[in-house]
Design a protein around this ligand. Structure first.
Ligand SMILES: Nc1ccn([C@@H]2O[C@H](COP(=O)(O)OP(=O)(O)OP(=O)(O)O)[C@@H](O)[C@H]2O)c(=O)n1
Ligand SMILES: C[C@](O)(CO)[C@H](O)COP(=O)(O)O
Length: 231
C-alpha cells in the first residue's frame, strides 16, 4: 500500500502581502500562519511525514517553537526562485532523508493555506487513494467572469461552465511529480497539477470549499482568522 507524504513549499516572500515578514510567519489566531498549516498535516495519522521547504538562509523559522510537530516534521532549506522550483528541490531533498517509494503519494500544500480542514484533507485522500493520476482540491467558480481590455473595460463575459479554482493539497505519485516538474523546465507553472497536465494527463478535481483560502493579500488575513476561530 502506498504511503502518503506531505510537502509544504514555504520559501516565498509574500510580495502581494506587502509586509516585511514573509507571510507564512505573520501572526494568525495566536500563532505564525504556517503553524496552522502544519497542525492539520502533521495531525493526520494517515500522513507518514511532513516536509517543509524553506528559503536558504530563512531567519524566520528559528524564531518559533515547532516542538509540537517533532517526530513528524522534516525541515529542508532548499527553496527555489519559484513555487515549482521549491517543490521540485524539496521532493529531491526529501528522498535523501526519508525512504519514499516511486508510487508513494505526495500531497503538496501551500504554507499560505492555513485553514485546510481535516475533513477536506480526508476527502482528498479517500477520493484519490486509488486514482491513476492523482488530483487536487478545487472549487467551482461562483462569480460571473469578465474579460477586460487594456483599459479595464469589459471586453466580454466568459462562461464559467466547467471552470474551477485550484486549491491545495495537490496529490500525485512521487516519481510522476518529479518527472513532471523536471520536464516543465523554464515554463511557469503556478501549481503542481499544471506540470502533470503538460504530460497529457488529467488530474481529478475533488470538490472543496472556499474556507481553504490562500492568504495572498492583507485582507485575507482577517478572513483566515475568522475561519480558524470558528472551525
Ligand atoms: N519561490 C517560492 C514561491 C512561493 N513558494 C510558496 O508557494 C506557496 C504559494 O505561493 P504564493 O501564495 O504565491 O506565495 P508567495 O510567493 O510568498 O507570494 P507572492 O506571490 O505574493 O510573492 C506559498 O506557501 C509560498 O511560500 C515557495 O515555496 N517558493
Ligand atoms: C497552488 C495554488 O495555490 C493553487 O491555487 C496557486 O496556484 C499558487 O500560486 P500563485 O503564486 O498564488 O499564483
Amino acid at each position: 500500500m502506498p504511503s502518503f507524504f506531505a510537502l509544504i513549499p514555504a520559501a516565498g516572500f509574500g510580495s502581494r502581502m506587502g509586509d516585511e515578514l514573509p507571510k507564512q510567519y505573520l501572526p494568525l489566531a495566536g500563532k505564525p500562519m504556517i503553524y496552522h498549516t502544519l497542525r492539520t498535516l502533521c495531525g493526520s495519522s494517515r500522513i507518514t511525514r511532513v516536509f517543509v521547504v524553506l528559503a536558504p538562509g530563512d531567519e524566520g523559522w528559528l524564531r518559533h517553537d515547532w516542538s509540537d510537530f517533532s517526530g513528524k516534521l522534516v525541515v529542508l532549506e532548499c527553496g527555489g526562485g519559484t513555487r515549482a522550483e521549491s517543490v521540485l528541490n524539496g521532493l529531491k531533498a526529501a528522498r535523501g532523508v526519508s525512504s519514499i517509494g516511486d508510487d508513494d503519494w505526495v500531497l503538496v500544500h501551500d504554507a499560505a493555506r492555513p485553514c485546510l480542514a481535516e475533513a477536506q484533507l480526508d476527502k482528498l485522500l479517500d477520493e484519490l487513494a486509488d486514482d491513476e493520476v492523482g488530483g487536487l482540491l478545487a472549487v467551482p467558480v461562483a462569480d460571473t467572469l469578465k474579460r477586460s481590455d487594456t483599459n479595464n473595460r469589459v471586453a466580454h463575459t466568459e462562461s464559467r461552465e466547467n471552470l474551477w479554482q485550484a486549491q491545495t493539497p495537490q496529490m500525485f505519485r512521487y516519481t510522476l511529480l518529479v518527472e513532471a516538474l523536471s520536464m516543465a523546465g523554464g515554463v511557469t507553472m503556478t501549481d503542481d497539477a499544471g506540470a502533470i497536465e503538460a504530460l497529457g494527463l488529467h488530474p481529478r478535481l475533488v470538490l472543496s470549499d472556499t474556507r481553504n483560502l490562500k492568504v495572498t493579500y492583507p485582507q485575507d488575513l482577517a478572513l483566515a482568522e475568522l475561519i480558524l476561530r470558528n472551525p
